[in-house]
Design a protein around this ligand. Structure first.
Ligand code: F0G
Length: 456
């Protein structure tokens, strides 16, 4: 059959509340034009994030009931640890309440202000955790990754030449670890090839620098490798993930993505000394090392979810939904990052709204219009999220101005996507009338979550 259908039936439903356009305009004004401040009940298709927003399977709900809530050494912890070790092969596993807690422990125990941490692209929380220590977070993405229209595979790869230059310029002694993010969320959810992970590891090894994988979407990345990289066609997604992690010295993970859970994360390492430091800080910040920031039931849910994310049928369906939206938008000439990512379609706001300069935040204009027009909540990944102000208050723009439509896992059906296409097409038709914005208030770190905007 040509039709790829959802490999599940729906057992439980959640109503969608649809408010009028006039009500949405008022809600957005109350939110100071920042969609993070909207009430979720006022969004009819919520594509703000794919993080923690997925639907759990019957197996996960069943696992939740057998959660062992013992403070130390619970049965649920043993399952969690064994599953993470089976997938990653990494020696020490530390559970955390989400990915950024793992990043925080890694950054605060290892970094000093003169340090540098290279990555293909740091996600916002990773960058913030590194910068909070005074160290610098560098994005060394391959040049193909910066060209949104270029339809080639593995645009998430790290640029090896830039990496070697970075090591030579800063000195290996000032790079306590390097990272690689799979898939590359910041740059369009683009995958990293196995060859690139292998090459990055080989180069870092030459200088004695450990490699940590930001593994949030490791299963989606494994599917891309199976589909696109020679030699992996006949391997299972688990085998591919195992090989990928075999090149890593450690990993940070948000189980809210490819753990198919609503909360959770972990930090892994092969380094005994680092593991001791991590554990001590974990106890202070998160909890005892056999539960971290999680309940026993969460550990159960994640142990099941990590394996469900590696199920081939699930990934076929997941990628088909993203491609479905991509094809429909392409037919209408709407600009987005090509090829589509694993967890989202990223609209190219600079091409969508060429009349809005980067320092007037085209991504915010587009996000707000999608909400007003159809109640669709998306998120800007552009100069608000990744740009910043210099000491004189001048805006330093980001490389790309993207608007991400992130797909919660196993939540929306094809008609929801058809509705979405209608909304985006409508906004596309009226694009010349979309206003630009300025920032009226912003905090020092992670400004996109809480800043206020004003229409120009
Ligand atoms: N790394 C990447 C690549 C991420 O996408 C995220 C979260 C994190 C780390 C942090 O994990 O949220 O569990 O603390 N990304 C979400 C998103 C929030 O919307 O893309 P967390």
């Amino acid at each position: 059959m040509k039709t790829i259908m959802e490999p599940f039936r729906i057992k439980m439903t959640e109503p969608i509340h649809i408010i009028s356009k006039e009500e949405r305009i008022k809600a957005l004004e109350r939110a100071n034009f920042n969609v993070f401040a909207l009430d979720a009940k006022d969004c009819c298709i919520d594509l703000l994030t794919d993080s923690g927003t997925g639907a759990m399977s019957a197996q996960q709900w069943a696992a939740l009931m057998i959660g062992d809530e013992s403070y130390a050494g619970s049965k649920s912890w043993k399952k969690f640890e064994a599953t993470v070790q089976e997938i990653t092969g990494l020696k020490h596993v530390l559970p955390t309440h989400q990915g950024r807690a793992a990043e925080n422990i890694l950054a605060t125990t290892r970094l000093k202000p003169t340090d540098v941490v290279p990555n293909n692209s740091h996600f916002d929380t990773t960058r913030a955790n590194i910068e909070f220590t005074g160290a610098r977070a560098l994005d060394l993405l391959c040049k193909e990754g910066l060209n949104t229209a270029l339809d080639v595979p593995f645009k998430g790869n790290m640029d090896l030449e830039k990496l070697e230059n970075c090591i030579k310029t800063n000195g290996a002694e000032n790079i306590p670890f390097a990272m690689i993010t799979v898939t590359n969320n910041t740059g369009g959810g683009q995958p990293v090839s196995m060859q690139n992970v292998k090459d990055v590891k080989a180069l870092l090894s030459k200088y004695g620098i450990p490699l940590y994988i930001d593994a949030c979407r490791f299963a989606e990345n494994a599917y891309f490798i199976k589909q696109l990289e020679k030699g992996y066609e006949d391997k299972t997604l688990l085998e591919i993930a195992q090989e990928m992690f075999s090149y890593a010295d450690g990993a940070t993970m948000s189980c809210k993505k490819d753990g198919l859970a609503n909360i959770g994360g972990f930090l892994c390492t092969n380094n005994d000394e680092w593991a001791t430091d991590f554990r001590n800080l974990l106890i202070l910040r998160e909890g005892f090392p056999t539960y971290g920031g999680l309940a026993g039931r969460d550990l159960e849910v994640i142990a099941v979810g990590l394996m469900e994310a590696l199920a081939y049928d699930y990934q076929v369906y997941r990628h088909a939904t993203v491609e479905y939206l991509g094809k429909k938008l392409d037919k209408k000439g709407i600009p987005f990052v090509k090829p589509v990512g694993g967890h989202a379609v990223f609209l190219d706001a600079r091409k969508f709204l060429p009349h809005i300069p980067q320092n007037e935040f085209p991504g915010i204009g587009l996000v707000n219009e999608l909400y007003i027009d159809g109640g669709v909540r998306a998120v800007e990944l552009g100069s608000v999220m990744f740009g910043k102000q210099d000491e004189k208050g001048n805006e330093i723009p980001a490389n790309l101005e993207l608007v991400r439509l992130a797909f919660p896992r196993r939540v929306y059906t094809q008609s929801h996507f058809d509705y979405l296409v209608e909304v985006i097409s409508d906004v596309w038709k009226n694009r010349t009338s979309i206003p630009s914005y300025k920032i009226a208030y912003q905090p020092k770190f992670l400004r996109h979550f809480t800043c206020h905007f004003k229409k120009i």
